[in-house]
Design a protein around this ligand. Structure first.
Ligand SMILES: Cc1ncc(COP(=O)(O)O)c(C=O)c1O
Length: 368
């Protein structure tokens, strides 16, 4: 049976080129490739397998289960887990070479207890909250944290924080975060703690805040060839790693005045070919895009006709009559068509992160 559902073509050559271009930009800093949320919809296994042999790559995921999935599938690289540490998983983390996120005194206590009991300790990085107000020690806890570490002979491999506005035009808040982070590191140093890795940068900071590079960088969106926001200058050459496509499953010639899709908000102006594409909002094709949206086919674009349905949507092909089984480009860059996911995000007032991570479920990933 030929699959006719949506397909996400994953261009590995572009992924690697993006990686090299990012590396050229950031110098020889250690790189953490963020593959959480199924590598932003690109397929965590596909992406990790393609990058695992590049020199010195660490992967980052959010959930423990995501890290297990990578290990179970032969990915040997160190894996940083962003989510809250679960004490019952410390042993497993230690055996599987995961890097744990330590962000409360309870986490530190759990690690210390584990170390006393077993004589070993998994690798961990301390996370400080400098303004995101999410996970992380408070800035004011720095003294207590470092004292506990010294008194209990713990050895954090790294220390990090996360920007909330690094991809914005106005960087004043990010600068304050950076200042606070620098002060924390200084306090650690004054107490004699040497962190092997210090990291704060995400994609926005890579483009916007070279002062925040330290010696390790966490990169997600740029790796996938997509800009984190419209406000940052894109001075790294990147290409979209995903081409999201849908299959034409039906073509019907209809007269002028024909209503198309729910609500009948699209009415044909003349006789035209209405093409049914098998991909809908349940597949991550964004419903609000129908108002201005289009698809790519053989180098041309054709307007979406009416509201995107759960599993399908329609396109007005005019006089042209494509064939069933042919594909249209929904976003990405393939076969002479290019539709930037950034432009869709802009048009429907969402973010590229939301659009890409919505690609899941029935979509088949095809590595090319
Ligand atoms: C803690 C942390 N670091 C790094 C990243 C990567 O961010 P980006 O995709 O903007 O590079 C994320 C993504 O949300 C994150 O949560």
């Amino acid at each position: 049976m030929t699959p006719i559902g949506p397909k996400a073509y994953i261009h590995i050559d572009r992924l690697k080129q993006n990686l090299w271009n990012i590396r050229r930009h950031i110098g020889d800093r250690k790189l953490v490739c963020v593959v959480k949320a199924n590598a932003y919809g690109h397929g965590a296994l596909e992406i990790s397998k393609a990058l695992s042999n590049e020199s010195g790559i660490i992967f980052a995921v959010f959930a423990f289960e995501e890290a297990i999935e990578l290990r179970d599938n032969g990915i040997d690289n160190a894996i940083l887990i962003f989510s809250r540490l679960q004490p019952e998983l410390i042993l497993k983390a230690s055996k599987l070479n995961f890097i744990l996120n330590v962000c409360t005194m309870a986490d530190l206590k759990a690690l210390s207890d584990f170390q006393i009991k077993t004589g070993t300790c998994p690798t961990f990085h301390l996370k400080f909250d400098t303004g995101m107000t999410r996970l992380g020690f408070d800035v004011s806890e720095a003294h207590t944290v470092f004292t506990f570490i010294i008194n209990n002979h713990l050895n954090p491999e790294g220390i990090y924080s996360h920007f909330s506005t690094a991809d914005e035009g106005n960087l004043s808040y990010a600068e304050i975060q950076l200042e606070q982070f620098n002060e924390i590191i200084e306090k650690g140093k004054n107490k004699g703690i040497n962190f092997k890795y210090v990291h704060c940068s995400n994609s926005g900071a890579i483009l916007n805040l070279p002062n925040a590079y330290f010696n390790m960088i966490r990169v997600g969106m740029l790796l996938y060839g997509v800009s984190p926001s419209d406000e940052v200058p894109m001075d790294i050459s990147l290409e979209p790693v995903m081409s999201f496509c849908g299959t034409i499953v039906n073509i019907r010639k209809v007269p002028a005045g024909t209503q198309v899709s729910y609500g009948g908000v699209f009415i044909t102006e003349k006789e035209t070919n209405i093409v049914v594409v098998q991909a809908g909002f349940a597949d991550g094709f964004p419903r609000p895009w129908y108002e201005k949206g289009f698809v790519g086919y053989k180098g041309q674009t054709y307007k979406i006709a009416g509201r995107v349905c759960m599993d399908q949507f329609m396109v007005d092909f005019g006089n042209l009559e494509p064939k069933e089984g042919e594909e249209v480009l929904l976003f990405g860059k393939k076969d002479g068509n290019e539709i930037a996911v950034e432009s869709i995000a802009r048009e429907i007032n969402t973010t590229t992160y939301v659009l890409l991570t919505a690609i899941h479920g029935r979509t088949e990933r095809v590595v090319v």
